[in-house]
Design a protein around this ligand. Structure first.
Ligand SMILES: NC(=O)c1ccc[n+]([C@@H]2O[C@H](COP(=O)([O-])OP(=O)(O)OC[C@H]3O[C@@H](n4cnc5c(N)ncnc54)[C@H](OP(=O)(O)O)[C@@H]3O)[C@@H](O)[C@H]2O)c1
Length: 326
């Protein structure tokens, strides 16, 4: 194999960015690195930012996005990794400034590589991907909560939100969602009272404190939505925050923190230590194993530009898995 296929994002003379399938040269071996044949990748919001030329994510182009990959080892300088071993790589610099999983081949530092748990397939690993790992890291912080009040999930049709919803239900939590797509089939097992329309919530009054409605929240959007969650969380409640689709700024008072003792926990799944990722992957392959077949679609490389546009516009539902090869 002297070349491999990849979706390459490039800057046009107009300053716009476009994604095209290209053949790239097979990489030379590098000390401390492994070469992996990618079977599957998945689409995350960050991939759309990279594909659209966001310099906060990717500094230089042409570039191959894809922060997730599952596949098999082709060559490794790590004695514990052998040809044919099935592995997962998520986060760190993959798909940011290191060519990512939208290519059939990746070359990554050995310490980024997690061995695929025996109880997960390469496909299941990418139905989860960074979104699943982030949802699991968020739910991990909430798992010991006991209350009659529900847990709230925002951006609930998105990758992180839809998996957090399923995980929380799997763990028998009562869940409510905030969404811009209240009719999504992802909510078929929720009653109407548990589905909050995003625009209603965004336009609701913002008070320093209000009657508690939730005992916790997995927030994936930040901004005006997060600001309105703080006053509604009951004593000792926990809010995890991982994203900023709605905005990066937080505007609240100290009251929910000093009068109700609520906690705000930041989630950074991309840069977390490999041992922590391994622990989450093991959990996702065992007690927390969920079936994502009905909320993920599998596409080929040529469909990715359209899927990227969709997630960038907030119109994606559930997960998009990229399958390489014919
Ligand atoms: N910290 C970490 O380690 C980490 C890891 C992964 C992702 N993230 C971040 O988490 C966020 C979600 O990622 P994702 O991959 O799940 O993205 P995604 O699939 O695009 O989901 C985001 C969801 O947010 C909702 N949304 C869209 N536009 C919105 C707006 N203007 N205001 C409020 N909600 C809006 C939509 O759901 P509804 O229509 O259902 O409301 C959308 O599906 C992103 O900001 C991403 O960068 C962080």
């Amino acid at each position: 194999m002297s070349e491999y296929r990849a979706l390459v994002a490039s800057e046009l003379p107009s300053g716009d960015y476009e994604c095209k399938i290209s053949n790239l040269p097979f990489p030379d071996e590098k000390e401390g690195h492994s070469i992996i044949r990618v079977s599957y990748s998945s689409l995350n919001f960050k991939d759309a930012l990279s594909a659209k030329g966001n310099k906060g994510v990717t500094r230089s182009y042409p570039f191959v996005p894809g922060i997730d990959a599952s596949g098999t080892i082709l060559k490794s300088t790590d004695a514990s990794l052998h040809n044919g071993d099935q592995v997962i790589v998520t986060g760190y610099d993959l798909g940011m400034n290191t060519f990512g999983g939208f290519g059939e081949i990746i070359q990554v530092p050995n310490e980024w590589i997690v061995k695929l748990p025996e109880t997960l397939s390469l496909l299941e690993a990418m139905q989860l991907g960074t979104a699943g790992l982030t949802a699991a890291a968020s739910v991990y912080e909430l798992k010991d909560i006991r209350s009659h009040l529900p847990i709230l999930v925002t951006g609930a049709t998105g990758g992180v939100g839809s998996i957090a919803l399923k995980l929380l239900q799997h763990l028998n939590f009562d869940v409510q969602v905030i969404t811009g797509k209240p009719d999504s089939k992802l909510f078929s097992n929720l009653d109407q009272g548990s589905i909050i329309h995003r625009s209603d919530f965004e336009n609701s009054d913002l008070k320093p404190l209000a009657a508690p409605k939730f005992i916790g929240a997995v927030d994936t959007v930040g901004g005006q939505i997060l600001n309105r969650i703080f006053p509604l969380v009951d004593r000792k409640g926990i809010i995890t925050i991982c994203g900023m689709v709605s905005g990066p700024e937080i505007n609240t008072t100290v009251f929910p923190f000093i009068l109700r003792g609520i906690r705000l926990i930041g989630i950074d799944s991309a840069e977390s230590p490999r041992s922590y990722k391994e622990e989450l992957w093991q959990l996702l392959g065992s007690d927390w194993k969920i079936d994502l077949r009905d909320q993920s679609k599998i596409v080929k490389l040529d469909a990715m530009p359209d899927e990227i546009n969709k997630i960038y516009s907030g119109l994606q539902e559930g997960r998009v898995v990229l399958q390489h090869g014919e």
